[in-house]
Design a protein around this ligand. Structure first.
Ligand code: HEC
Length: 209
């Protein structure tokens, strides 16, 4: 009986020492499914595959989302400004609804400085709060290629900030196309051809570029 007590005593001592090593360590887990959730963290890197499709992975680097325009890679420096002249507007001519949308975007983002008529008579220009605003009705800007305008709207220039955060690539090209179509209205080029409908005038102005 004495030996039994001794063995029991030793067993209890050993168990106590083994089980009470570290309070933060849960020790052996008998039912891991209950201890650890099998749910996946939505934004953590993991390999949750369903029907062979990996839902949570990031897109492959260097790929473009379907329907998206290619990234604009010309750098924001004086060289890039010159190079932008060669960049073509990737959009086809806007239809009347798209043109209305482009006008809306222009009036929200640009008219505060450049004015609804693009003659640098927007509220911030008239109040004198922002200086040096370009009068887009001037010959030099009527002649400015669309790519360079896109460059300026993307990166900003002088007192004008970048509009890359407010307008996505497609919207920026739409606004540029709207500016181009409006610039010729009421200018010498438009007066020469006053009998031509606005739509026909627009195509003739883009054809020159
Ligand atoms: C805060 C006022 C302000 C707003 C808003 C603004 N601009 Fe400008 N913009 C300027 C100023 C100032 C310049 C002259 C920059 C310079 O040459 O120093 C300019 C210049 C330009 C030029 C001529 C660029 C060149 O190559 O010289 C274009 C084109 C233009 N803006 C288009 C736009 C369009 C399109 C928008 C709307 C998306 C817009 N701007 C919004 C202030 C503004």
């Amino acid at each position: 009986m004495k030996t039994m007590n001794l063995i029991f005593g030793i067993l209890i001592l050993v168990t106590t020492f083994i089980s009470c090593r570290d309070k933060r360590d849960p020790g052996r887990v008998y039912m891991p499914d209950m201890a650890y959730s099998r749910a996946y963290e939505a934004y953590a890197a993991n390999n949750l595959k369903q029907n062979g499709i990996n839902y949570i992975n990031y897109p492959v680097e260097g790929t473009v989302r379907r329907g998206d325009l290619f990234a604009y890679t010309i750098p924001n420096d004086s060289n890039g400004y010159k190079m932008a002249v060669t960049v073509k507007n990737p959009l086809t001519a806007l239809d009347s609804n798209q043109m209305l949308e482009a006008q809306r975007l222009y009036n929200i983002n640009c008219a505060i400085c450049h004015g609804e008529n693009m003659d640098a008579q927007g509220p911030l220009a008239v109040s004198g709060k922002v200086g040096g605003i370009a009068n887009l009705k001037l010959d030099q800007f009527i002649k400015q290629p669309e790519g360079q305008m896109f460059h300026v709207v993307t990166y900003g220039k002088g007192n004008m900030g970048s509009y890359a955060a407010q307008l996505d690539r497609k919207q920026r090209w739409m606004v540029v196309q709207y500016v181009k179509s409006e610039q010729v209205k009421g200018s010498a080029a438009a007066k020469d051809s006053s009998s031509i409908t606005p739509a026909a005038k627009d195509t003739s102005s883009t054809a020159q570029k």
